[in-house]
Ligand binder design. Sequence first.
Ligand code: CTP
Ligand code: CA
Length: 226
Amino acid sequence: LYRIRARGDLAGRRIVITAGPTHEPVDPVRYLSNASSGKMGYAIAAAAAAHGAHVTLVSGPVSLPEPAGVGVIHVTTAAQMLEATQDAFATADAAILAAAVSDYRPEQAADHKLKKAAEPIDNIALAENPDILATLSQSRGSRVVIGFAAETDNVLENARKKLATKGCDLIVANDVSRDDSTFGSDTNRVTLVGPHDETELDCMPKEQVAEKIIERLHDLLEPDEP
Ligand code: CTP
Ligand code: CA
């Protein structure tokens, strides 16, 4: 079959995207998490689908509507997110990992609600969660992997380190200490950090940041296209 792919078009491409936080249970009513809203990852999924890609969105718990034309897999914990993301990546061309995965989980979740009087929590033993970005990057072969870096200090320096240590193609560096690019905001201010170039973008709505990331993904997938 002969197909013509227009520039910027992702038709026929399979892309897996992670979004949102994870919840790591302490007991059936309590968890460890972070302030991620999922808006950036959902915007990327919507943009990729609008460009014709077959999109699997692996989403942590968020309160956002499912983007049109996107297959959504809902997960709760980092371990579940890793499994669903690896499954989808097995047949994908690219992954964009925008989730704010909890770095730690309680070593043991209680199977019942812990009561203040009987079982006071004065200490929670933690285990480190698997790094989904590093895991996918290690076995990516020719597939494209894009990660994020949420930083409050030394943003670019930390993003460059993450690019090198995780072994992905691009890091979207995000200064979450600023009012216009913090967790939950509708705008974002990012720098695209690649191995050979860094592109600082203005503050813009997350939908526009998503377009820029999809443009870069297109270039990474088809480097030789005129
Ligand atoms: N990430 C991941 N799995 C984890 C932790 C992070 O896939 N267990 C991914 C995020 O989705 C993001 C990138 O790694 O694309 C960077 O996440 P970030 O929290 O900024 O970096 P960490 O490597 O976790 O380091 P730190 O939190 O100490 O800065
Ligand atoms: Ca982290």
